[in-house]
Design a protein around this ligand. Structure first.
Ligand code: NAP
Length: 285
């Protein structure tokens, strides 16, 4: 991978605290190199509480955009001059474009999930979706699904957090608890299941206590996990055994990065080429 630096090269970065673990520079520079774009993508540590100061620095320092990870996504939303629909609904921004001193905020996690879902041949419009979890990923996915015409039931261990997600779009999002009998009842009434909890994620000890609620889900319903490491969680394994179409979170990860680069550059990218470049970088990096 070679990113050529010229005096004209436009600066992008990812901010976070911590930030050194992020794969965004690897993915973005691989795509920048693949398409020969005059951009470079850096990694910038911005301490919690310094979001406003960073935005001023980014504008002054000539950045044309940046991505944000924890803990800045929610702090950025009120600082933006404009928000896309998903960012507005979920109150969190992961992509900022700076033009003429104005900052436009996007949330590409939701759109990235929808693109990945499209790759599985699933159309969310008119579907009832069972969404597990109420953290940042769940909020973005819920907002995108509602925008795409789905009705969502959010099931979460902490019910009050599910209720907060439902409050984003009352009438389109309902809330429920995480008890097995509730999960069974919601599954029976759903045409798509999305896991946005961290249950099953590499590096966490936590797993679903009981996956038998999957048996209530109609067989044609797809099962999606936002988790991409491991590539197959126990949830996805069981879903595949039961005959459900299934996908992990790798597509969401790649598509949110591609969408962000499209926002930064104002160009529509060849998605297959972008995905191949990003995947190769992940494999080799
Ligand atoms: P988060 O804000 O920390 O939310 C974690 C969620 O998991 C919460 O709803 C939490 O419930 C639930 N949870 C945690 N432990 C649980 C347990 N033992 N039993 C039941 N529920 C439990 O995390 P996030 O940022 O939303 O990320 C969630 C997952 O999505 C992670 O695995 C992350 O890797 C993945 N993700 C993937 C992508 C992608 O591009 N593919 C992007 C973002 C995130 P409570 O509210 O009760 O605590």
């Amino acid at each position: 991978m070679l990113v050529k630096l010229e005096n004209t090269t436009k600066k992008l970065c990812v901010i976070g605290d911590p930030v050194l673990h992020t794969r965004s520079p690897l993915l973005q520079n691989a795509m920048i190199s693949e398409f020969g774009l005059d951009y470079v993508y850096l990694c910038q540590h911005v301490p919690k509480g310094e979001t406003t100061r960073w935005l001023e620095c980014a504008k002054f320092g000539g950045y044309v955009g940046f991505n944000a990870t924890m803990p800045h996504k929610e702090a950025l939303a009120p600082l933006m001059d404009g928000l896309d629909e998903v960012a507005r609904l979920c109150g969190a921004v992961n992509t900022v474009c700076i033009r003429d001193g104005r900052a436009m905020g996007y949330n590409t996690d939701g759109g990235g999930f929808l693109r990945a879902l499209g790759g599985l041949g699933v159309e969310p419009a008119g579907k009832r979706v069972m969404l597990l979890g109420s953290g940042g990923a769940a909020k973005a996915v819920a907002a995108a699904l509602v925008g795409a015409g789905a009705a969502v039931t959010v099931c979460n261990r902490t019910l009050s957090k599910a209720e907060q997600v439902a409050a984003m779009a009352p009438g389109s999002i309902a809330s429920a608890d995480f008890k097995l009998e509730t999960l069974r009842a919601v599954a029976a009434d759903s045409g798509l299941l999305v896991n946005c909890t961290s249950l099953g994620m590499e590096g966490t000890a936590s797993q679903f206590d009981d996956l038998t609620f999957l048996e209530a889900l109609p067989r044609e319903a797809a099962v999606c996990d936002a988790i991409y490491a491991p590539a197959e969680t126990l949830l996805l394994k069981k879903a595949r055994e039961l005959g459900h179409p299934a996908m992990n979170g790798m597509g969401m990860l790649l598509h949110q990065a591609i969408l962000a680069l499209e926002h930064f550059t104002g160009q529509v990218l060849d998605v297959e080429r972008a995905k191949a470049a990003a995947l190769a970088a992940l494999k080799n990096g």
